[in-house]
Structures are given as structure tokens and as C-alpha cells.
Design a protein around this ligand. Structure first.
Ligand code: AMP
Ligand code: GLY
Length: 424
């Protein structure tokens, strides 16, 4: 069995490690992969957005199964292209990936089907958006409609800030064409929970819950990033909340997508806020989260390839998906200066093998240069540790971080702290 995984970050590394556990998997190609993934798969220099390159490669190399992990190729229709060539895939088709590709679409879907989310208005006309924020309750949230690497959301404390956000997106195009249309919504409060789920469009199986830490600095301060660390399970996702989510959000969402003729097959990610009025959807993603995947998959007991194949064939109900009892923590080691300016090309050295060995090391922004591993991105490595308790997993991850180094390495000191205290 030859598998192709599209993407090249920590999430893809975690997926590849898990796929390798299945004995029928003989070969995995990563397009493009990265310096660390090269130890687990054959990396091919085809970019994740190069749909022609991806399809040609798959056909030429007789790929038996493809996993498309990042949002861009999914939203662009990579799965449709591969399926046209007869290649089975894990991941939604273009008409379902729109659930992440357009916030206006997902908000409209939730309104139509009564799925709880923040109240909102959508605007194509800047003057109308500006008039609206003048009267909107504060704080107010301004979002670019399209994909913006998790950065297209501005939480505005004043009306002036909100007007500026609207102008910078719609006129200044700080997020490019993603800002041609904006969604302006009510500010929600409460702990955030990420729930990734497997779904074949009929059956939905939530994975263990997790919590991301999106801000760059301790205490959830500083700029939004792609994610500085994760823990699982999320203590705010109690059995009662889980039941409400299943009844009020998860099942209604996949049924809504089916009713719209947009059957969703793949990993559907629910970004949730547990408000005092119950769980509400902050965002949908049409893919595995990064770095949520790096804590969720290490806790998965069931064979990942078996689940993915069942999802792609519409028989997820045949598979029993099980997770381990314990907890996991993924600590991201980033380049100093991320998410704004940072240097690349710093050599990564193992300084204490024994300490590092406690962690599973997932590579995000690394490259091989003259046989040496060097940094090549903002988020460089994810160190995942598991333990019987969250406290144990967190302590191990911080200890493991003492075993690897590169110049300017930065990480948050409080991953998991809020979850362990149980306060928001
Ligand atoms: P998103 O890219 O939609 O996940 O938004 C990024 C982050 O902005 C979320 O993880 C939340 O922390 C925050 N956010 C988004 N929408 C809202 C909202 N309506 N109320 C409060 N915070 C929000
Ligand atoms: N960690 C958030 C995301 O993957 O969108």
C-alpha cells in the first residue's frame, strides 16, 4: 500500500507517524514534507497548493490512498482532482471544504439549521459595514471571510478599532482577497475547546477534546499565532457539555451539510466556546487542527489508516474508535520573533538525549541542509508527551524541551496551566 500525505508541518508529521503503524502501509510520500518528516517518509518537492503537481505525482507513482491535510488544497479541490483519477482520499471535497473556506457560508449554514453560534452580519459593502459597527455592542469581532492562516480575526474593544479593522480588511486588503467580504459578530466569552471528529457524512465520531494556546505570549497575551501548544483532554469539555455538543452541534452540522448536497467526509474540526448559555461554534475547520493533532493522535488507540479508509468508503459506523485514558501535552518550540519577524537556518542540536527521549518530536518548520537539521519556519518543533495525568504530561514536555536547542528558541511557559487550574 502506497500512501501520499499532502502537507509539510507538525500535523502531517503526526499523521504520518500514526499511518506507519499499519503493517499494510509499505511506503509514504510527503508532499512537500520537511526535514524531520524525511526520517519517516519520502519527501517530494511538490507544494501543497500545486494541485497539478499533486495529481500528476499520485497517478505516476500509483498511489493507493491520499490524505490531504492542509486547508488550502482542500478548499481548492485537491480531493475532487484526485478522485477524478480514481485515487481514494481522506479529506472533504471542495463543495464541503467550504465550511472552512468561507465564514459567510458557515455562518449562514448555522443560522439556517439552528446551530448555536455568535450572532453576526455579513458585509460585501464597506460603507454598510462601517455604519453597522457604529452601533454594534462592544467588544465586537471582525473576521475576514476567507482563509487567512488563523489570523483573519480581530477582536475590537472600541468602535474606532472596529472601523479600522473593517477598513484594513476591505480597503487595505491586509488579508488579501479573503477580506473582500467581512463577517462582524458578537463577542463570546468562556473556555475554548477544540474537538476534531472523524465523519463520513452520516456517522460522526468525536476524537478526544483538546485546548490550543493561540497567543504568542504567556497568559494568552501578544499576537495570534498558528498555535503555541496544546493539551488533551480539555477539562472544560465535561460529559454533559459533550452530550450537548453532539445533540446541538455535531450531528446537526453533518446533517445540514448532507441536506445541502455537501456530504462532508474527513476530519471536521469544531472550534467551540463553552458560554454560560451552552456550547457555541466559533469556527469550523475542514481538516485536522495544528497543533491539536499532535496531542490527539498520540492518544488514539485504533489504527488510523483503518479509520481513514472507512471514512473514505462511507462505512465509519463499522469501526470502533478508541482513545487512551491518559493525557497529552504538545509544547511548540518556535523561532524567536515568531509570529512576526524571525530568522531561519539555525542548526537544531540535541543537547540531552535522555531528556528528549520522553517526547515524541514532531517537526513543523525544519529542513535538512548539508546533512544537518536546521530551522525553516516560525513554529519549528512540537514536543508531545503523554502521562497518566495532565500535570505529568505537561511536566514531561517542559523537561524534554531541555534536551534540544537552537539559537533563539522560544516557547511559552504556561501551556496547560489554565486547564490544570480549571479556571478561564
Ligand atoms: P478563528 O480564526 O475564527 O478561530 O478565531 C481565532 C480566535 O479568535 C478564536 O480562537 C477565538 O479565541 C477568537 N474569537 C473568534 N471569534 C470570536 C467571538 N465571536 N468571540 C470571542 N472570541 C472570538
Ligand atoms: N490550531 C488551530 C487550527 O488548526 O486552526
Amino acid at each position: 500500500m502506497k500512501i501520499m500525505v499532502v502537507g509539510g508541518g507538525g500535523r502531517e508529521h503526526a499523521i504520518i507517524r500514526k499511518l506507519k503503524e499499519n503493517p499494510s502501509v509499505e511506503k509514504i510520500y510527503a508532499l512537500p514534507g520537511n526535514g524531520g518528516i524525511a526520517r519517516d517518509a519520502e519527501c517530494v518537492a511538490v507544494g501543497a497548493k500545486d494541485l497539478d503537481g499533486i495529481t500528476d505525482f499520485a497517478v505516476f507513482h500509483g498511489i493507493d490512498f491520499a490524505v490531504v491535510a492542509p486547508d488550502d488544497p482542500l478548499v481548492m479541490g485537491a480531493v475532487d482532482r484526485l478522485e477524478e483519477k480514481g485515487i481514494p482520499c481522506f479529506g472533504p471535497r471542495k463543495n464541503a471544504a467550504i465550511i472552512e473556506g468561507s465564514k459567510a457560508f458557515s455562518k449562514e449554514l448555522m443560522k439556517k439549521y439552528g446551530i448555536p453560534t455568535a450572532a453576526y452580519e455579513t458585509f460585501d459593502d464597506m460603507n454598510k459595514a462601517l455604519a453597522y459597527v457604529k452601533g454594534a455592542p462592544l467588544p465586537v469581532v471582525v473576521k475576514a471571510d476567507g482563509l487567512a492562516l488563523g489570523k483573519g480575526v480581530l477582536i475590537c474593544q472600541t468602535r474606532e478599532e472596529a472601523a479600522e479593522a473593517v477598513r484594513s480588511m476591505m480597503e487595505g486588503r491586509i488579508f488579501g482577497d479573503s477580506g473582500a467580504r467581512v463577517v462582524i459578530e458578537e463577542f463570546l466569552e468562556g473556555p475554548e475547546v477544540s474537538v476534531l471528529s472523524f465523519t463520513d457524512g452520516e456517522t460522526i465520531v468525536p476524537m478526544v477534546s483538546s485546548m490550543d494556546h493561540k497567543r504568542a505570549l504567556d497568559g494568552d497575551k501578544g499576537l495570534n499565532t498558528g498555535g503555541m501548544g496544546t493539551i488533551a483532554p480539555n477539562p472544560f469539555y465535561t460529559p454533559d457539555v459533550a452530550k450537548r455538543c453532539m445533540d446541538e452541534i455535531f450531528l446537526p452540522t453533518i446533517r445540514a451539510m448532507k441536506a445541502e448536497g455537501r456530504l462532508f467526509r474527513g476530519c471536521l474540526y469544531f472550534g467551540l466556546m463553552i458560554t454560560k448559555d451552552g456550547p457555541k461554534v466559533i469556527e469550523y475547520n475542514c481538516r485536522f487542527g495544528d497543533p491539536e493533532t499532535q496531542v490527539v493522535l498520540p492518544l488514539l488507540k485504533t489504527d488510523l489508516f483503518t479509520i481513514m479508509k472507512a471514512v473514505s468508503e462511507g462505512r465509519l459506523s463499522d469501526v470502533t474508535v478508541e482513545f487512551s485514558e491518559g493525557a497529552a501535552c504538545c509544547l511548540i518550540l518556535a523561532s524567536g520573533g515568531y509570529p512576526t519577524r524571525y530568522e531561519k537556518g539555525k542548526e537544531i542540536v540535541v543537547t540531552d538525549e535522555k531528556r528528549l527521549a520522553q517526547a515524541e518530536v514532531f517537526h513543523a518548520g525544519t529542513a535538512l541542509k548539508d546533512g544537518k537539521l536546521v530551522t525553516s519556519g516560525g513554529r519549528v518543533l512540537g514536543l508531545t508527551c503523554t502521562g497518566k495525568t495532565l500535570a505529568e504530561a505537561v511536566a514531561k514536555a517542559y523537561d524534554a524541551a531541555q534536551g534540544i536547542a537552537f539559537e533563539g528558541a522560544y516557547y511559552r511557559r504556561d501551556i496547560g496551566a489554565r486547564a490544570m487550574k480549571g479556571v478561564v
